[in-house]
Design a protein around this ligand. Structure first.
Ligand code: GLY
Length: 589
């Protein structure tokens, strides 16, 4: 072959590649879309769902009734915080596996003037808790004690969080925000197939830990079916007290007595003193930049914000857009970033009221440059060689996230949880709501994994009144000084990497918000040293290339993430994007 022919062939193959890339099998449905993969036949999305467009307000949440409640509140003149409060209480009714008044969470709020705030309403360890409370006399963890039953619960923070958020930023009367949840609880919620299955799956454990009857078990003894209605009269009564008395309706008086007596009956530790003492905490948001974007995210007690900033900054020097979505080089730098960041998470992060967390250092470019020194494109780093501290692992998939933007561009990003699906499975007698099993997010013994494989260390050891470490990553992005994106998801330790990928899918790969949510995802968390991925997240070619460089890849049956996000498009339209992996729905107006 002479030189001329070679040049011609090269030019043709470049032209062909450009053509192939331009012909990716993805609908250019919403105007700006441009990502590349190395296999034009690869379908990179979990589904073809399209985003929901609106101009005046948007709620993306795990349940259509909750999203509708948020929109109705905004239509009545409420702002994004009012809507978020109403959505939180509505989710406690319509999405009892994760929506809650018996759990906790985090809120990131950016107001229309660009000021941002973060609220930590994470649960706390009970005052009578201590570091060895889940160990037997030999120092061995007692199976399931931190996950199932009364001892598994931390002191709930959600009600206080909502009261505090509303007092500072709400516009509508408190009572108006609780009313829709009361009505949903009294009228009943029609169960989807997924919800019916969820309740059927926990039947035995409900019976095991609850002595009396509960409406989460059908009174006729049969299993739940799609189309059945779940009425929650006791919860409606509790919500009425919260409606009337605010914080005192939950942390004092009748509900506090019911909760404390439930705990006493079942050997739990939460007392009326714990409830009275609980207070959520405003914290300084983590604010950093990634290229031209400002990232506003949650500081500790969540590890999410620190980890997200580290992940973004570690890959910032690389041309991800040019390399393309989930190609070997893109995936490799993202996996290596995840490996290092999760090692740091295990070593350094815990409740900042109890341990000194070096947030600024961890997200600084100097530190991250040093962290990257042993990276090589030719070979995977061995996780055993990545110093960090104790080993991180899996957390629960059951948490819930919602995003709200109002007509003035006030934006709220809230992730809230009971930890495991339906928490500790304890239903407060007379109160009709599930308690969390968040104590399992503490490190119950250094080096011993919890039920999801999570291993921690001293920074996250149990102490009375301390908050357990979280991975929840409610986040807001700005572009050119304006609101750009509101993101978040459930998914335990995969929360951080799902948020990370979703952001990069939009800002690097030109996806719409919904495409970024639909896009198939992968996850690495330092240990175990493997990358799990949703089927189709990598092409065969990419899998081969990564394996040749020493990466262990494992396709997983479960999906990753259940995102609920909002993007402000260039013309100011809000694009609501809820994850087709769940029953999640965005509603706008
Ligand atoms: N319980 C899950 C988390 O807080 O990360």
């Amino acid at each position: 072959m002479n030189k001329c022919t070679l040049l011609l062939l090269t030019a043709l193959s470049v032209a062909f590649l450009t053509q192939a890339q331009a012909q990716q099998p993805v609908k250019e449905s919403q105007g700006f879309y441009q990502f590349l993969t190395d296999d034009p036949n690869q379908k990179p999305f979990y589904s073809d769902r399209q985003g929901v467009m609106a101009r005046n307000g948007m709620v993306a949440s795990a349940h259509p009734d909750a999203s509708q409640v948020g929109v109705d509140i905004m239509k009545k003149g409420g702002n994004a915080v009012d809507a978020a409060v109403a959505v939180q209480f509505a989710l406690a009714v319509v999405h009892p596996s994760a929506g809650n008044i018996g759990g906790g969470g985090f809120m990131v709020f950016r107001n229309k003037s660009g000021e941002s705030y973060t609220l930590d309403f994470r649960e706390k360890g009970p005052l009578k808790g201590h570091k060895d409370m889940y160990l037997d006399e030999q120092g061995t963890p007692i199976p399931r004690l931190s996950t199932l039953g009364h001892l598994a619960s931390g002191v709930p923070g959600s009600v206080d969080g909502m009261v505090v958020a509303h007092e500072r930023f709400g516009k509508l009367p408190w009572k108006d925000l609780i009313q829709p949840a009361i009505e949903l609880a009294e009228r009943g919620v029609i169960q989807t197939e997924r919800e019916a299955r969820g309740l059927n799956n926990i039947r035995e454990t409900i019976q095991q830990v609850n002595k009396g009857s509960t409406y989460f078990l059908r009174s006729d003894g049969r299993e739940w079916q799609a189309g059945d209605t779940l009425v929650q009269k006791d919860l409606a009564q509790v919500l009425r007290l919260i409606q009337k008395k605010g914080r005192n309706g939950f942390y004092k008086g009748k509900v506090a007595r019911m909760l404390a007596s439930e705990m006493k009956k079942g050997g739990g530790l939460i007392s009326r003193k714990d409830l009275k003492a609980y207070h959520s905490q405003w914290r300084e948001p983590i604010i950093g930049t990634y290229k031209k974007y400002k990232v506003i995210t949650m500081p500790p007690t969540s590890s999410g914000g620190v980890a997200l900033m580290q992940l973004l900054r570690l890959v910032e020097p690389y041309p991800l857009t040019r390399w393309g979505w989930n190609t070997d080089s893109t995936a490799q730098v993202m996996i290596e970033a995840e490996r290092r960041v999760y090692a740091d998470r295990a070593k350094f992060l815990g409740d900042p009221d109890f341990v000194d967390v070096p947030v600024d250092k961890l997200i600084s470019y100097d530190y991250l440059k040093d962290r990257w020194k042993d990276f090589s494109f030719s070979q995977a780093t061995n996780s055993q060689d990545v110093s960090g501290g104790a080993i991180a692992g899996y957390e629960s998939m059951e948490t819930t996230h919602f995003s709200v933007v109002d007509k003035d561009m006030n934006a709220v990003s809230i992730t809230t949880t009971l930890n495991g699906g339906y928490g500790s499975r304890v239903v407060v007698q007379g109160g009709g709501f599930f308690m969390n099993n968040e104590m399992d997010d503490f490190s119950i013994k250094p080096g011993v994994p919890n039920m999801f494989g999570l291993i921690g260390n001293k920074a996250n050891a149990i102490e009375p009144g301390k908050r357990m470490l979280s991975s929840m990553t409610p986040t807001i992005l700005e572009k050119n000084g304006k609101l750009y994106m509101v993101v978040g998801t459930p998914g335990g330790s995969t929360i951080i990497t799902s948020v990370y990928q979703t952001i990069l899918n939009v800002v690097e790969h030109g996806m719409t918000m919904q495409q970024a949510v639909n896009a198939l995802k992968f996850h690495h968390q330092w240990l175990p040293d493997k990358t799990t991925f949703e089927q189709g997240a990598f092409t065969e070619n990419t899998i081969r290339k990564l394996q040749n460089r020493g990466y262990t890849l494992e396709m997983q049956r479960n999906t990753i993430g259940r995102m609920d996000c909002i993007l402000v498009r260039p013309d100011g339209t809000l694009e609501g994007a809820s994850d087709p992996r769940g029953d999640d729905i965005s509603i706008g107006y």
